[in-house]
Each structure stands twice: as C-alpha cells, then as structure tokens.
Design a protein around this ligand. Structure first.
Ligand code: PLP
Length: 325
C-alpha cells in the first residue's frame, strides 16, 4: 500500500509546469513551480513544519503548547496542519488588509484568529507585530514563531525547495524569480542554487510601497518608500532577518494593478488558479524579458492558490472598485 502516515508527509515535491501562453514573446523556457499542490495550498507549509520541528527539537515548543504567530494566512495554514497532527493550539494574528477567505480558512482548521489594523507603524502597540509578541508573552506555555527572523524559515527552502528545483531542471535553471515577503523562499532557494551554480540569477519581486528594492540597491532603509499597497504576501516595511540580500541579484517592482491583472491572466490563459503574489511574480518575469536568452530556463515560484482571492482579484466588482479593470 502507498500512503502518507499523516498530512504533513505530503508536503513538498510540487510540480514544475511550463508556461505557454502568458509568456508569449519570451524565447526562454519559463517554468512555474506550483506550490498550491502542498496540502495547505501554499509554499509556506514547508517552512511552517520546519519551524515547528526545530522548535520541538531544541525545547522552545513543549508538549501541549500554544503556537503564536503573526501571519497573513498561508504560514498560519501550514502551522495549523502541524499543530493538528502534533497536538498544539494555534493563535494567528493578522491584519485587516488580508482577504476574509484567509481568516475563514484558518478558523476552519481550528486556529484562533486575531485581526489588527494594517495602517499603523510596526512599533505601534496595535500593529500585528506588537500584538503577536504581546499575546505570546501573555499566553502560558506558548512559543512565538516569528517567521520573519526565524532561521528555520529559509533553511526549509535551502534543504527542500532549492534541491527540488535543481533536480527537476537537471541543473539547467538559469534564473529564479520569486516574490519576497519574509525572504525565506528567495534566501533559502537562492543560497542553494548559487552554491550549485553561482551563475544562476536570483530575482526578487517587490511591491511599490515596500523597502526591499531601494535597500538592496543603496543599503538605505528609506521610510519614504513605505505606503499602503494592495498586493498580498510580498513587500515589507521592515527588514526581516530571513532576507539574505547577498544571494539576491536584483529586485523588480510590480504595480498592484499589474499583479491583479496577471493573477487573472494566469488562471485564464494557463489554467493555473493561483494567488495574487503569483500574478506579481509572472508579471515580473515579463518585465524582465530583456534579461533572458533563448536557451535560458527561468523558474518562477507560485506561492499559493487562487481560492483565497475569489472575493478580490478574481471578483469583477472588486477589480472595478480599485480601477484595475
Ligand atoms: C501569498 C504569498 N506570497 C509570497 C510570500 C513571500 O514568501 P516569503 O515569505 O518566503 O518571502 C508569502 C509569504 O508570506 C505569501 O504568503
């Protein structure tokens, strides 16, 4: 019989799928690493499990404990699966910018969800950074995950996602393009691929309203770069420790409008029903076209599933309200 001993064993080994229509005009082979095939429907299952296992191993997370995290949903889902299988409670703290579907999904898998305002500074006590830390301090036998600065996040991608991409492309990958939030995916995959072949270019996709691109180019943390934006999952107003700027060759910014439009195009032109940051990443690949040669193999990682965005980018009314249609 072939079966997984529990749902956590089904994490990883996601397919690489060639993009055929949306990338028309690009001569290089563009392959999407489709992460919604993970059981929690996103790439974040990988790092959530690794963070939990590492915390169990060194005693930060104890039997019957409560996991506390500030999460926009996908990491929460991964943590929820790990919590269910391993017997922990989970409290997720998030912001009111995130889609309602994400909170509903988290509650469906037993998490307690606390929603904080988006447009306050990280150090404000109402922010989701401050609130999640406070809840962790106030809850007995709890462990605060902190995906931004927790090294297990990028290590998961160094040990798993990077090797998968290398093996699936037979080492022929020339460019890796991915949206950057905590930085775990780009830093872990980027480090692995650069060790295998330092010629591989690692491109981060950033949003307008985020500090990453300017910081990468100037090493200046410019607060003027920070303003509210719509794209979910990527861009930051902080510098997470998981962003290893040294393995990233460049950042490319994509507008909210283009990210939303390309999310829909990916579904309609490729049959890949993926999330908002995936639209941003694919649009980023198109913006970077002049960097690719005919024989290049470009891998773009698609973080999550479209089901979490049916009330937003996949909804015509929402698109019109935001002047995206
Ligand atoms: C939808 C989505 N896209 C992109 C990212 C960014 O990935 P990472 O945190 O590994 O940089 C995340 C992670 O928060 C996400 O949930």
């Amino acid at each position: 019989m072939q079966y997984a001993k529990n749902i956590l064993e089904t994490i990883g080994n996601t397919p690489l799928v060639r993009l055929n229509n949306i990338t028309k005009g690009i001569e290089a082979t563009v392959l999407a690493k489709v992460e919604f095939f993970n059981p929690g429907s996103s790439v974040k299952d990988r790092m959530a499990l690794k963070m939990v296992e590492d915390a169990e191993q060194d005693g930060r997370l104890k039997p019957g404990g409560t996991i506390v995290e500030g999460t926009s949903g996908n990491t929460g889902m991964g943590l929820a699966l790990a919590a269910i299988v391993k017997g922990y409670q989970l409290i997720c703290v998030s912001t009111d910018k995130q889609s309602k579907e994400k909170f509903d999904i988290l509650r469906a898998v037993g998490a307690q969800v606390i929603v904080c305002p988006t447009n306050v500074a990280p150090e404000d006590p109402r922010s989701y950074y401050s609130t999640s830390k406070r809840i962790a301090e106030e809850t007995p036998n709890s462990w605060y995950v902190n995906q931004y600065d927790n090294p297990s996040n990028s290590i998961a991608h160094y040990l798993q996602t990077g090797p998968e991409i290398w093996d699936q492309t037979n080492g022929k990958i020339t460019h890796f393009v991915v949206g950057v939030g905590t930085g775990g995916t780009i830093s872990g995959v980027g480090k692995y691929l650069k060790e295998k072949n330092p010629e591989i270019k690692i491109w981060g996709i950033d949003t307008y309203g985020s500090v990453f691109k300017k910081y990468h180019e100037t090493r200046i943390f410019d607060e003027n770069e920070i303003y509210p934006y719509i794209t979910e999952g990527i861009g930051e107003d902080i510098l997470p420790e998981n962003v290893n700027f040294d393995v990233i060759d460049n950042f490319e910014k994509v507008t909210d409008k283009d990210a939303a439009i390309y999310t829909r195009k990916l579904a309609r032109e490729e049959g890949i029903f993926a999330g908002n940051s995936c639209g941003a990443a694919v649009r980023g690949v198109i913006q970077l076209e002049k960097h690719f040669k005919k024989d290049d193999v470009v891998v773009v990682l698609l973080h999550d599933s479209g089901s979490r965005y049916v009330g937003k980018m996949y909804n015509d009314e929402w698109m019109k309200e935001n002047n995206f249609l």
